[in-house]
Write a protein that binds this ligand. Sequence first.
Ligand SMILES: [Zn+2]
Length: 211
Amino acid sequence: MAELKIKKTCSSCEIKKLITEFYKNKSRSDGLAHACKECDKALKKDFNLNNKKTISERNRKQYLTNIDARKLYSKEYFHKNKATITPKMREYYYENQNKLLDHANKYRSKNKKNIALTSKKWRELNKDHIRLNNIKRKEIIKNAMPKWADPDAIKMFYRIARFLRDKLGEDYHVDHIVPLHGDNVCGFHCESNLQILSAGENLAKGNKYYD
Ligand SMILES: [Zn+2]
């Protein structure tokens, strides 16, 4: 009966160890790495430290060469799997809300200029998309406005938001407390369903009526 090999000597520390202490390596005759796990880790760490610059340059190059392809892939993947991804994202968002908001707020105040520039660029590149969306939004708003709503009171909200935006240089907008086209409830476009939110608060709001 062939004796089962349960121990092997590490080529690096030269200690005889259980074979479970070695990573698998199919290209070797015994199917195990030559160095034990512990040494393997240490060797890899050493290698990475010695080659930090080369590795980061290689990663950067790889990242840059495929950036467009990868973006397209992610976009397509998201659209194909929207139905399963969206609830997961929502769940993750609610579980980590405070952490995420804190992070977003910090990022925003650190990168104000950059964000303004990017969003300006985006708006210029997506003029048609924005115009179409505005038309759609106006249509939704028109349909959601009851006869008893007070147009002057509504206008006041938009005026105040604009004033805050101009004065404070931050994004303030008019928000519908109950969304106009929620999944289960549809709110009205009227003065009692409006509030002014900053960009951060708007993120915090999420959508209470989604479930
Ligand atoms: Zn070893």
